[in-house]
Design a protein around this ligand. Structure first.
Ligand code: PMP
Length: 308
């Protein structure tokens, strides 16, 4: 059993986790009317410092997700960064952590709508290691589910209710013995993983679906695109990906805050490339770890230190 957080940010202050409770009629609980974020903090042993990775980019997306749901929020990005630091300090973490901010419609009323309701902010953090069980040679499948569409539940927002789609995809994949699943758009292009963006390598070119293929606009995706271009000098192309390109690509990996850079080496029992992690994936994994732990001076500005 996972250990519970000691503290939560709840109704404007940091309280013991056991005091952060909502009523069973809470709107978001019934209708999925909440938006969330998912950030990581990385512990740097030499500096005895906890670094939050790209918190301002995460909180910008968080507030834009809230905007899609018509939430009127008074918190600024800087307020959210400060609350995160206060919460992490209260916990006193000295390990890698996951941070979960949530804005939920807190009214205890019956009636599906978005307007005229009150969003409440809460936040917790927990120690966190790897997310995909097998992140160096994952075996994935194509999900029989389809990705939600921008005109249904916008995947561009990190909307709580939309994650039922993720849960269907993930459980069916894991219960069938796979580590993860890839999911297609309604028109049959590769969208993303259950909770990760996807990249393929073909002939030295890094390819990832465009933001219009019903993906979440991932912070890790953006990070990897920049690192690939600037540090490895790789061409990066954002374009739709066909299903069969997955079978013939040289390398395949997934990116996400939780999944980091997960190497995929088999898809539906077909080997990707030579059936083991490819060189570009390995380089990007290594580079990513240096960056998030503050070991790459050029990208220190992406990190927010928690402790004074
Ligand atoms: N797609 C989905 C559906 C996700 O839930 C996530 C995780 N937040 C991602 C992609 C990756 O996004 P990020 O790199 O910002 O964590």
């Amino acid at each position: 059993m996972a250990t519970l957080p000691k503290f939560a940010y709840f109704k404007g202050r940091i309280v013991p986790y056991s005091e952060a409770k909502v009523g069973v009629l809470t709107h978001a609980l019934h209708y999925g009317t909440a938006v969330f974020g998912g950030l990581r903090g990385y512990w740097n042993e030499e500096e005895e410092q906890l670094f939050i990775f790209r918190p301002r980019d995460h909180y910008k997306r968080f507030l834009l997700s809230a905007k899609i749901l018509r939430m009127e929020v008074s918190y600024t990005i800087e307020d959210l960064v400060q609350i995160t630091k206060d919460l992490l300090r209260a916990e006193g973490h000295r390990t890698d952590v996951y941070i979960r901010p949530l804005l939920y419609l807190s009214d205890e009323v019956i009636g599906v709508r978005l307007h005229g309701l009150h969003p409440e902010l809460t936040m917790v953090s927990v120690p966190f290691g790897t997310y995909v069980t097998n992140d160096t040679n994952a075996h994935v499948t194509f999900s029989s589910w389809r990705r939600i569409d921008d005109n249904m539940i916008p995947p561009r927002g990190k909307i709580a209710g939309a994650y039922v789609n993720t849960a269907l995809i993930k459980s069916d994949a894991e219960l069938a013995g796979f580590d993860e699943a890839l999911v297609l758009t309604q028109d049959g292009h590769v969208s993303e993983g259950s909770a990760e963006n996807i990249f393929i390598v073909r002939d030295g070119v890094l390819i990832t679906p465009p933001v219009t293929d019903n993906i979440l606009e991932g912070i890790t995706r953006r990070t990897i695109i920049q690192l690939a271009r600037e540090e490895l000098g790789l061409p990066v192309v954002e374009r739709p990906i066909d299903r069969t390109e997955i079978f013939i690509c040289d390398e395949l990996f997934l990116t996400g805050t939780a999944a980091q850079v997960t190497a995929v080496t088999r898809v539906d029992h077909r080997p990707i490339g030579e059936g083991k992690m490819g060189p570009i994936t390995a380089q990007l994994r290594e580079l990513f770890q240096q960056v998030v732990r503050g070991k790459h001076p050029k990208y220190r500005h992406w990190l927010e230190p928690v402790y004074e």
